[in-house]
Each structure stands twice: as C-alpha cells, then as structure tokens.
Design a protein around this ligand. Structure first.
Ligand code: MG
Length: 414
C-alpha cells in the first residue's frame, strides 16, 4: 500500500534553509525544511555553538542536495540513508546537521497529522515537564540566595555551582588570565581546591535550604578520575538528585569503580555523539540519568530510541538543555519528555525576551515546569526577519570554548 492509499497525499522536500542567528549573543543554527505543499515547512535544531559554520556547510553542501525530492513522510528512511551517506559517520558536526533535517521532518509529520509531536509518540505521560535551573554564586551565601529565589518562583530542582577563589570554576564567573601565555581566552583551574569545597557547599545548602528541594551539581569532567570517586562518596550524605559528568567520556570505565562505592545518582553524557559510547554504560546500569544533547546524537529519531532503551534498563532521561540549544531544540526535548515514562528531569536555561521574540511559540515556563502548546508539530516558529537582526558575534575564535589550564600551564578538559 502506498502512502496515498493510506490516506496521506505525497509531499516532497522542496528546499532546505540554514538559519544562523544569535539572540542574546548565543550562536544558534536552525534548519527550515520546505516542502512541495505551499506553506508547509518544518524546523529543526542543528546548533553546535562552538563550530556552527561547519554544521551549516555540512547541510548546505551535502545534506540539502541529498534530501531534496525525497518523501517527507519517510523520516526513518531518510535518517538511515543520510547517516551512512558520508561513510565515516557520527561526530558532532554531521550529527547536528542530520538533526536539523530530522527534527524538521518530525515537525512536518506533526503538522500533516494535525497533532503535536508528543501525540505521535503515544501521548502525554505527564501534564508538563519539570525543569532544573542554574544557581551559581561567588560564595555559599550567594548560591543559597539564588537557589532560594528560584524555590520561591516554584522551581523544585536546582543545579548549584560555586566559584573557587582565583580559579575559573565551571558554572560561575571568576578566575584569571595566565599572564605568561599570550592567549586572551586562557583561564586557570586546579582540581584539589574544588573537590575540597564542593561537599562543604552542599552541607551548607542542605542546612539552609532543607530537604524538600532537589539539588544537582555538574563536575564538567574537570578533575582526575580518582578525585571524582572521592567526591561522589563525599557528597552522598547531601542526597543529590544527580552528580553530572564526574568523568570525561575518555574515562567512563571509572563508573564501574564509583558505582560499587556510593549511591550518589550519576548523570552522564552531554559530550556523547555515538551509540558505542552510551550503550555500554546504560546496558550495565552504570549511570542513572542519560544527559545527551539530542542534536549531537543525530536528532529526534535517535533520541526516542535511546529513551526506550534506557526505560528497559532503569535509566532516566535528563536531556542537555543549556542556552546553546535553540528553542526549537528545547521544544523537541519537551515533546519527548512529555511522552516517555522514564523521564527524569529537563535542564533549562530560561529563555531571554530577545530569544522568545525570534521564536514565536517558544515553550512556556511556569510553576517549575515547561509547558507545551497544543499546536501541530513542535508548536514553535521562527521570525526570520527578526532572526537576521542578530548576526553571529565577531570573535577571533568563532565561539570556541575558552582554554582552561592548570597553574603550571597544562591544558585540561573544559
Ligand atoms: Mg553539563
């Protein structure tokens, strides 16, 4: 039976546009797939904010000619064909490019069905999506006050990061440039003062904020693995909701070690791009939350399969959701969050007004949750004229992550 016999008239991919925009100074890459049906198009997130032009080139030069003329309804087939069309596959550039097309096709599928995408997955498992927000400060008191302000706004999950004096601590401002190295982006970092400080931070937060709030922390792969093992054990009394990226992707074998020593819940994976990286950790139940960045693993088609696999293994989801996921990507996160039983939590960088203006239909945030509208597809659009008013900021390094170095000058992971 053909699609038209099944009740759908055939629609082809007519064109693919890459939209580069930087509202609030954050470089975003959004893909618009246009179709042979006038007015019918879809949007997808392809944001790799540190290398956005590489993604744009991968789409313009390779994926666009590859998908034009194909049937918009064959999402899985297009995903599989595009994924292997480069032979050498996966990696953040090609996966983000593929995600832009893939998510746009899901948006089109929802619009053709006249349903929000979460309906295509079986419907809502929950009314809205609980989110966690970021409280960062120069000292314990400032972190506490910011967390308390979020609690008063109805947020129940808060990631807490504190500055370590003299160092550039992930998630907080501060640190200093190394004068000996003539590189404007170089920042300093030492792991030992950090691992000594963090258990004291969470002791302070539990004493002052009480037990009703869920607290999270991101190590951001910055410390030697054995110090990570020590830190996870030292934090156990403070009952974190999760401890994130305790190890770098290169050191994931340490999860076997830490797992036997502490019940601190572990979240991992925003840097993963390949199923070979995350499947072993999930299969062996070595982590509690999968943290992948959905566009970095290839898009929605891949993420919904990953969510189902995690469900069987007792692993919950916590999709990466910083400011450098476009609102289209946040909407995709949210639709998946709504429809899966093993949802854990959703990270959210609160959308600035400028960003909301560029993306009409941007998910609403209130009562500690992200709320979907009931429009077909992702329920979100882009104002291309306004988007063009926010070009990428000029930067010698094109948005690269700043260098982080030990006090002796050694480069470490960011
Ligand atoms: Mg993180």
């Amino acid at each position: 039976m053909t699609e038209s016999e099944a009740g759908l008239h055939p629609v082809k991919i007519a064109d693919v546009k890459v939209i580069l925009t930087a509202p609030n100074g954050i470089r975003l890459v959004v893909v618009k797939v246009l179709t042979s049906e006038p007015g019918l198009y879809g949007l997808g997130c392809a944001t790799f904010t540190q290398r956005p032009l590489a993604v744009a080139t991968a789409i313009e030069k390779y994926l666009k000619p590859f998908v034009i003329g194909r049937d918009v309804d064959r999402i899985e087939d297009i995903f599989q064909a595009a994924y292997v069309s480069s032979y050498w596959r996966s990696g953040p550039v090609l996966n983000n490019a593929l995600s832009g097309i893939d998510q746009a096709l899901w948006d089109i599928k929802g619009k053709r069905a006249n349903m929000p995408v979460y309906q295509l997955l079986g419907g809502k498992c929950r009314e809205a999506v609980p989110v966690y927000v970021h409280a960062s400060g120069q000292d314990f008191k400032e972190v506490e006050e910011k967390a308390r302000a979020f609690m008063e706004q109805g947020f129940r999950y808060i990631r807490c990061q504190v500055n370590i004096p003299g160092l550039t601590t992930y998630g907080s401002k501060g640190g200093k440039v190394i004068p000996a190295l003539d590189h404007s982006q170089t920042r300093t970092w030492e792991p030992t003062p950090y691992v000594r400080t963090i258990p004291k931070l969470f002791e302070h937060l539990r004493v002052t904020l009480g037990d009703d709030v869920e607290l999270l922390h991101d190590v951001h792969e910055r410390i030697p693995p054995i110090q990570g093992v020590w830190l996870a054990k030292a934090l156990e009394p403070y009952r974190l909701f999760f401890l994130e990226d305790l190890f770098a992707p290169e050191d994931v074998e340490y999860f076997r070690m830490v797992r036997q020593q502490t019940a601190t819940p572990l979240a991992m994976g925003e840097l993963f791009v390949n199923s070979s990286e995350y499947v072993p950790l999930i299969k062996d139940r070595l982590i509690d939350f999968i943290r992948v960045h959905i566009s970095d693993i290839g898009g929605f088609t891949m993420a919904r399969k990953l969510a189902a696999f995690c469900e069987f293994m007792g692993v919950r989801t916590a999709w990466h959701g910083p400011g450098d996921v476009s609102p289209v990507g946040h909407a995709a996160n949210m639709h998946l969050d709504l429809a899966i039983p093993n949802f854990g939590i959703q990270e959210l960088a609160l959308f600035p007004e400028e960003t909301k203006a560029v993306f009409p239909g941007c998910p609403q945030v209130h009562d500690g949750c992200m709320w979907a509208n009931d429009k077909p597809g992702w329920g979100i659009d882009i104002d291309e004229k306004l988007a063009a008013e926010f070009p990428f900021p000029e930067d010698k390094y094109g948005g690269a992550w700043p260098e982080i170095r030990r006090l002796d000058g050694t480069v470490i992971k960011p």
